[in-house]
Ligand binder design. Structure first.
Ligand code: SF4
Ligand code: SF4
Length: 379
């Protein structure tokens, strides 16, 4: 049996998507765990109120195909996420409506509107000794992680591993950024979440991904693929390769490798599908981030964390002074002055929540010149 499947799918035409997803899952025996009467939670990426064509969220055509397959097998299906902002039914309804999820209810899937939270001990965690998460997941017999392929300002890439950050309820997410301001620690926390939830299946919507200023304000990028695996880490290794990214620039994959959960390269996986043909070499991704992981206290670490560090930067002409960035900033580093966001660099922990949640794409990731040069050199 294959570790990962990668299947060509050039559009969101419903028939084409269904055929491609069936093929992708068949090649990894992906739905063999599904039993009649099982309650299955699908965790898509529904990060915000974005339309499917903006490529920030998992496309509803793919979710429809999966829901149909699960219902055909006699499972009960619940779909849920906890987007940024308050963990409320109003926010969920707005997100479900914008992202095209409401049509899935007509098929027989349930959209989660239970906003209760639950905290459970997790002694096996490396960074987390307990996990607070959205309680509908507790009631599920199995979780399917259905992510979107995106560039990500802080973590380099958002795919299956990062998607499980959405189990953390609404405004608790910025707290996690504050607890784990360093990318390497944040990545370890994400691996803890993956080990806690242990999804049975990871599927990545890479038909159209997002490049550049992701995870919310980048550009749609045609990739033309569906990636599926029983391991979120294996799925991400192949996704990284599709984006032309290296494990050294991706803290989650490095952390997974260090814990023995994934190999160092996709080449060590048994892959079904033509990864060479589907690779997207001109995918505009954030720079290689390996220099952030130099040993603390060393000169190289100082250089990488100061001179080469990426920072949030305001594009004043785009800022409308709405204050969303200030509300989301876990470090309280943003004030609105004269209807523009002003960042206190001393307080900023470079979590990029402001960039992620600015509705006007007015916060961008600023890359110092030296970092751009190193990125070009792929150091
Ligand atoms: S969220 Fe964006 S538009 Fe709103 S104040 Fe912040 S930077 Fe400006
Ligand atoms: S200013 Fe932006 S990057 Fe800095 S701490 Fe606040 S939200 Fe994070």
């Amino acid at each position: 049996m294959y570790d990962v499947s990668i299947t060509a799918c050039s559009s969101y035409d419903e028939d084409r998507v269904k055929a491609a997803l069936e093929e992708a899952l068949e090649r990894i025996d992906g739905l063999s765990f599904v039993q009649k009467g099982m309650k299955i939670a699908i965790k898509p990426n529904l990060v915000s109120f974005r339309k499917p064509e903006e490529a920030a969220t998992t496309h509803p055509a793919l979710l429809k195909a999966l829901v149909e397959m699960l219902l055909e097998r006699g499972a009960e299906v619940v779909i849920g996420d906890s987007p940024g902002g308050p963990n409320s039914v109003m926010v969920l309804n707005r997100v479900y409506s914008a992202t095209g999820m409401t049509a899935l209810e007509k098929l027989g899937a349930v959209l989660n509107r239970n906003t209760e939270e639950i905290t459970e001990a997790f002694p096996e965690g490396k960074k987390l000794d307990s996990v607070t998460y959205t309680s509908y997941l507790k009631e599920a017999d199995a979780v399917i992680d259905f992510c979107k392929l995106k560039a990500h300002g802080m973590m380099g890439m958002s795919a299956a591993v990062k998607n499980l950050y959405g189990i953390i309820p609404g405004l608790k997410k910025p707290e996690m950024h504050y607890r784990f301001p360093n990318e390497a620690d944040f990545a370890e926390m994400l691996i803890d979440l993956n080990e806690f939830i242990k999804p049975r299946l990871a599927i990545c919507d890479a038909v159209v991904g997002m490049e550049g200023n992701g995870p919310l304000n980048g550009k749609p990028k045609q990739v033309g693929a569906i990636v599926a695996s029983k391991s979120t880490y294996y799925c991400d290794l192949v996704c990284a390769e599709l984006m032309g990214m290296n494990i050294n620039g991706l803290p989650t994959l490095k952390a997974a490798y260090d814990r023995g959960l994934a190999p160092q390269s996709y080449k060590e996986l048994n892959i079904s599908g033509d990864i060479e043909a589907l690779r997207s070499p001109d995918f505009e991704a954030p720079p290689v981030r390996g220099l952030h992981f130099m040993k603390k206290g060393t000169l190289l670490h100082f250089i990488s964390s100061k001179a080469l560090a990426q920072k949030p930067k305001l594009v004043p002409s785009l800022c409308v002074g709405c204050g969303e960035c200030a509300r989301m900033c876990p470090a309280k580093a943003i004030e609105i002055k004269n209807k523009k966001a002003v960042i206190d660099r001393e307080k900023c922990i470079r979590c990029f929540c402001c960039q992620e949640f600015c509705p006007k794409a007015a916060m961008v990731v600023h890359r110092p010149f030296a970092a751009k040069v190193l990125n070009k050199l792929k150091l």
